[in-house]
Design a protein around this ligand. Structure first.
Ligand SMILES: [Zn+2]
Length: 385
């Protein structure tokens, strides 16, 4: 059994009704009475009472989590009910946190519930996160994901993350001592309008149920101190092919949140409007690039290393455009597409990105950590030099 992460074990007692209610947990030798008491001693902050938050809240409450705080600003709409199973038809028009409180109270009156009818923002995030043992991120907004992640890093709390899109989802446990934060995996937010929201793109209703249930599973394991947490691993779920796979994700030493610790105060990301200091070229993480390549997204991948490096190893699909002769490669590029540049460790690709932007290519990205980090995290078969 692993030690519960980040909070002292408070082991409240269970009354006879609770012992009866949780008997199927108590029968598990790995969990037992002590695990159940740890679950009761855990305070969870759940951000978002929508598609991911619905199953997460239901299973955490059913399992006897000690305290659950729900944050959501939205009201129930009839189009939510295709996936947000925490709410019912008679709740349409009510605040989601109110509807959720009624349902969860009925499910398990032993759980202490608190609701915040509003947005998680730069003013309240750190206080809310600090007052809990772990956080479940069930939001569908990039700005809120960065905020949740930064607050979890600052407060030293595990961040059980998931996101969904159409038929696909991903989940991971972030910000534990051995895990990256959200910024390590996704260094910069997409530009507004670049990624359609669920309301524009659609989502298979059961998919958030699947991913939110995985979040609840990870939260309960962390609370009880059992099993192997999904930290340092990104679980990718494709519901259409029903394939699950995991990808290793690592901390980025240059991450401004958990690496260099430059981020000491919370601020809200505003997509493409975020000012980039020192004219840094936006980065893409190895995991994100691998996903985009796998999905066949139209992009131009340029290797800006010199020929002797190119001959040893290259990322499949890349074109060779060494920095010393970059200008010669410009004619063959389409400025309407994303251009992803990589080098050995991510420094030359920044310089190449600045030059390409100056040459009229606005959609330039640099692979964070270069081919070395790509080989370490995505494709260990690539020779390193
Ligand atoms: Zn980080």
């Amino acid at each position: 059994m692993i030690a519960p992460l980040g909070w002292p074990p408070r082991l409240p007692s269970l009354d006879p009704e609770e012992i009866h209610r949780y008997s199927r947990h108590l029968l598990l030798p790995e969990l037992g009475l002590e695990g159940q008491r740890r679950i009761k001693g855990t305070r969870v902050l759940l951000v978002g009472a929508g598609g991911l938050g619905s199953p997460a809240a239901l299973y955490l409450a059913a399992a006897g989590i000690g305290h659950l705080t729900l944050v959501d600003f939205d009201a129930v709409d009839v189009t939510n009910l295709q996936r947000q199973v925490l709410h019912g038809t008679r709740d349409v028009g009510r605040l989601k946190v109110e509807s959720a409180r009624d349902r969860l109270r009925d499910l398990n009156p032993h759980v202490s519930l608190e609701v915040v009818a509003g947005r998680l923002d730069a003013g309240n995030a750190l206080g809310l996160v600090s007052g809990h043992d772990l956080v479940l991120d069930g939001t569908d907004s990039f700005a809120t994901r960065y905020l949740v992640s930064d607050a979890c890093v600052l407060a030293g709390k595990p961040n059980v993350h998931a996101s969904i899109f159409r038929f696909e989802g991903q989940a991971t446990v972030l910000s534990t001592p051995d895990a990256p934060c959200y910024r390590c995996i996704y260094p910069s937010p997409p530009a507004p309008g670049e990624v359609p929201s669920c309301s524009e793109a659609g989502v298979l209703g059961v998919l958030p149920g699947l991913l939110g249930t995985i979040q609840a599973t990870e939260a309960l394991k962390l609370a009880a101190g059992i099993g192997e947490p999904l930290s340092g691993r990104l679980l990718l779920v494709d519901a259409l092919s029903m394939r699950f796979r995991t990808m290793q994700v690592r901390r980025d030493p240059s991450c401004p949140a958990c690496g260099t610790r430059e981020i000491q105060e919370l601020r809200e990301e505003s997509g493409a409007c975020a000012v980039e200091p020192r004219e840094a070229v936006p980065e893409v993480s190895p995991a994100e690039l691998a996903l985009r390549l796998r999905d066949g997204e139209p992009l131009q991948l340029l290797d800006v290393r010199e020929v002797h490096e190119w001959e040893v190893a290259r990322i499949p699909g890349a074109r060779h455009a060494p920095l010393s002769r970059l200008e010669g490669a410009v004619a063959g590029l389409d400025p309407a597409l994303d251009t992803v540049l990589y080098c050995r460790s991510g420094v030359r690709s920044q310089e190449a990105g600045r030059r390409l932007r100056a040459a009229g290519f606005p959609r330039v990205l640099s692979l964070a950590g270069g081919i070395l980090r790509y080989a370490a995290e995505v494709d260990p078969t690539l020779p390193r030099c």
